[in-house]
Structures are given as structure tokens and as C-alpha cells.
Design a protein around this ligand. Structure first.
Ligand code: PNW
Length: 451
């Protein structure tokens, strides 16, 4: 028999990292003048979050960042995707800046750099200041306008040391899933015209973020949106099924990617909207479609598609027993990491794609005698990364990969029960224990290939 063939190498200078978000790890919800966020408010309402959990303490990363950065360094990490909490900087969303909030991230960024980590900063990862929600939230143009000031403020403050900026995280999750459904803060159901307007306002915020990075980012500053595009996997990789899956991809992602890449809403999207079209002001699309430097994609799961009867693209509903992680939506679909970036590059011509999140959540990651044997996570990630390297070898321009998440954390409505971390967190003692997957990932990053 031959020796097991090594998995192909990732490109030289491929960016390996891990990700987290302020509201999910920091805690310190009312410390140093932080304002209330929509997630703080949403978590207070009984029944919204599993077991009544709240983000009030989370991983207490607010106070423990230096030891967490030291741990990341020991785990071989060089790139870390974090987010800044808007209500720490502007407790009321706009108006007076909170100097203690600004100072806090100055110190945090200094510490990060001192530990040899390169920051990738998400400006907005869902924690809208509640005061802005009270003035209409994403339904209102007040929010993108306030966001413009917030973006200017943080890029001016940190742009000398932060060179990689992610404008917004997953527009769908704080627009359609938050104003057209009840599972994400603020969790209200508005009519379709209002929901479509929230998406338009998020796109405007993205535009302001790009403008802010261009104006104040300094040399070498780069920015891009992180989108959780809907991914479709062709059942067979025949030309017919691939074309069908790509047609499904285009249709499902029009609302967000067309305005950004093409400077307008596609006729097909406006037809989908019917009488619920968003209102657009003069100049909006020029702001929204300013060229960015990269596209971030959060990819966990996908649906399947094929050429159906009459040659039409057909989505195949995923059967209930299809294998998945413990999150219901997180089906084991490694080829999502092949076809997601591939279609984004083919359809929109994007030349620089980063996987800004990929990972898996389980409820049973427990520590026994100092060890957490999360073999299920290793197998899951391994299968996805092999598809990612296949995509890169086929010419898909993926430049980096951030694993979600560095720590077990506040998993939104699933509270602390659903664990996505490479590092186990005991939420009673705040003790951190790297899981088996953390050691495996350290070796993968060092070897620059799947091991
Ligand atoms: C992402 N879905 O959210 C977020 O960016 C993270 O904050 C979050 O912790 C992580 O994924 C894991 O859930 C998602 O329903 C939310 O398909 C929902 C979905 C996917 C990702």
C-alpha cells in the first residue's frame, strides 16, 4: 500500500484565523458607560432565549481579553476577527461619544497586536443601540446616518493599527430575520415593504462604511461586507445541475449582492417585491456600490439543487434525517465551501473572497480530566476544508478562512447551550479549555494543509 497522500497545500500567505463577536463574548453589558443594545433588550423578554440566558456576562472577555489573546497565540493563531460594540462607542447610537468605550478598544487592539495577532474588525455584528431601535431602528434612515458617524469615529480612532475592516455581518440576520420574523432582535413582524426597507438601509450603512475606510483608513486599509449568501449545491457536478444550482444562487442573493456589485436592484428582485419595493433616494446606489476590496462569506450550510423537469432549476428540500450539527439549520454540507465562493466569484467577478465564518455547534462538548474530545468537530471541519482547497485549486480566489468560533459563547437564541468554540468555556468558572479541535486546527494552520 502507498502512504496516505497529503492533502493539497493552501496557497502561500493564505490567511488562517478565528472569529468572534462583541455581543457574544464580551459580557460587561452595562460597564464603562455602554448603552443597551437590541440583544440586551431582546434577551430580557421571557421565552426569547433558551433557558433565559442573556449576554450580560458571556465569556467575560471584556475583562479577560489579555489572557484570551495569550491563549490564541499559544494555539498558533495569527489573525483574529472581532467586532466593535456600537453601544460602547455611542451609548445612544449617535450624539455624545463615550470616551471610556473608545479607550477600551484602544487598549484591546494594542494588546491584540502585542500578542502577534492581526485584527479583522467587524463594525457591526447585530448589537444595534436600543436607543436607535426606539427611533425606528433599521426601518428608518436615522440608523444608516448614525452608522456613518460611528464608522467615521472608529476608523479615525483605530485606522492606524486596524487595516482590515468588515462593514456589516450578515445583513439578512438583522433585517429580514429580525423585522420579518421573531428569532433575531428586535424580533418583530413587519409588512414586506418595511422589511425590504430595512435591507436598503443596511446597504446604505455598508456604503457609509466603505466611504469611511476610504476617507480615514490610511495606507493599506481594506474593507468588505460579510454576507451569509444562500448557497446551492448541484446534486451531481454535471453541467446541467451546476447551471441549475447557479441559477438558484443568483435568484436567492439578488437583494443584497446586486446593489453592491451592480449599483441597483435587479428587475427580478423588484418583481419579487411587487408593491413592497424599497424606497430609494438619489445617490443611494452610488454610495452602496462603491468598490470594496473583498467579499466575506459566512458559510455553514447549503441546500441542494438540480436541473428539474422541463430543464428548470429545482431546489430539493433537505430531508429531516439529513446529517447535521446540533443547530437544526446546520446541515453537513461540505460542498457548500466549494460552490458558495465559486458562484460568488463567477457571478459577480469578485477577486478576493474570505470565508469569514465556518464552524459547527454542539451541545455536548464536555471537559473530562482536562480534555474535550470533540472529534465530531474535527471531522466536520476537515470535510469542509477539503472542499475549500478543491475550490482554490480550481481557481476560486479564496484568500482566507476564519473559523467560528474561538470560544464557546452566547449563541443568540440558543444561549450558552450551543457550543461553537475551539476552546471550551465553563460559564460558571470562566475556565477555558482548548478542545481537541483547537490542537488540530493549530497543526492545520502550521502545515497550511488539511491534516
Ligand atoms: C452566524 N442560519 O449566524 C453569526 O454571524 C454568528 O454570530 C453565529 O454565532 C454563527 O453564525 C453561528 O450561528 C448565523 O439560520 C445565523 O442559517 C443563522 C444562520 C446562519 C448563521
Amino acid at each position: 500500500m502507498h502512504a496516505a497522500k497529503a492533502s493539497p497545500a493552501f496557497p502561500a500567505r493564505f490567511v488562517w484565523g478565528a472569529a468572534a463577536a462583541a455581543a457574544q463574548i464580551e459580557g460587561a453589558a452595562r460597564v464603562d458607560g455602554k448603552g443597551e443594545s437590541v440583544w440586551d433588550r431582546y434577551a430580557r423578554k421571557h421565552g426569547n432565549i433558551l433557558h433565559g440566558d442573556t449576554p450580560a456576562v458571556a465569556c467575560d472577555h471584556y475583562h479577560r481579553y489579555a489572557e484570551d489573546f495569550a491563549l490564541m497565540r499559544r494555539l498558533g493563531l495569527k489573525h483574529y476577527r472581532l467586532s466593535i460594540s456600537w453601544p460602547r462607542i455611542f451609548p445612544a447610537g449617535d450624539g455624545a461619544v463615550n470616551q471610556r468605550g473608545l479607550d477600551y478598544y484602544q487598549a484591546l487592539i494594542d494588546s491584540l497586536l502585542a500578542h502577534g495577532l492581526t485584527p479583522w474588525v467587524t463594525m457591526f455584528h447585530w448589537d444595534l443601540p436600543q436607543a436607535l431601535e426606539d427611533r425606528g431602528g433599521w426601518r428608518s434612515r436615522v440608523v444608516p446616518e448614525a452608522f456613518a458617524t460611528y464608522a467615521d469615529t472608529i476608523v479615525r480612532a483605530y485606522g492606524d493599527r486596524v487595516k482590515n475592516w468588515i462593514t456589516l455581518n450578515e445583513i439578512r440576520c438583522f433585517t429580514s430575520m429580525a423585522y420579518g420574523a421573531t428569532g433575531k432582535a428586535p424580533g418583530v413582524i413587519e409588512p414586506p415593504a418595511v422589511v425590504n426597507q430595512t435591507i436598503h438601509h443596511a446597504l446604505l450603512a455598508h456604503g457609509h462604511a466603505v466611504r469611511a475606510v476610504r476617507e480615514h483608513g490610511g495606507r493599506g486599509a481594506r474593507c468588505g461586507l460579510t454576507d451569509n449568501c444562500d448557497v446551492f449545491i448541484p446534486v451531481t457536478e454535471s453541467a446541467a445541475d451546476v447551471a441549475a444550482a447557479q441559477a438558484c444562487f443568483v435568484r436567492a442573493n439578488l437583494a443584497i449582492l446586486d446593489p453592491i456589485y451592480r449599483g441597483g436592484y435587479a428587475p427580478a428582485y423588484l418583481r419579487q417585491c411587487g408593491s413592497a419595493r424599497p424606497r430609494v433616494a438619489r445617490g443611494d446606489f452610488a454610495l452602496i456600490s462603491q468598490p470594496a476590496d473583498f467579499l466575506g462569506l459566512n458559510i455553514y450550510s447549503a441546500q441542494f439543487a438540480r436541473r428539474g423537469a422541463g430543464g428548470r432549476p429545482e431546489k430539493i428540500p433537505t430531508p429531516p434525517h439529513y446529517p447535521r450539527a446540533d443547530s437544526e439549520w446546520l446541515k453537513h454540507t461540505p460542498r457548500a465551501l466549494y460552490w458558495g465562493p465559486r458562484f460568488a466569484a463567477e457571478v459577480y467577478g469578485e477577486k478576493n473572497i474570505y470565508i469569514t465564518e465556518n464552524g459547527c455547534g454542539y451541545d455536548d462538548d464536555t471537559v473530562t480530566r482536562g480534555e474535550c474530545h470533540d472529534l465530531h468537530r474535527v471531522e466536520f471541519l476537515r470535510s469542509y476544508l477539503r472542499e475549500l482547497v478543491r475550490a482554490i485549486r480550481d481557481g476560486v480566489p479564496v484568500r482566507g478562512y476564519f473559523l467560528w468560533s474561538i470560544l464557546d459563547n452566547f449563541e443568540w437564541t440558543d444561549g450558552y447551550a450551543r457550543r461553537f468554540g475551539l476552546v471550551h468555556v465553563d460559564f460558571k468558572t470562566q475556565r477555558r479549555t482548548p478542545k481537541l479541535s483547537a490542537r488540530w486546527y493549530r497543526d492545520v494552520m502550521a502545515a497550511n494543509r488539511v491534516l
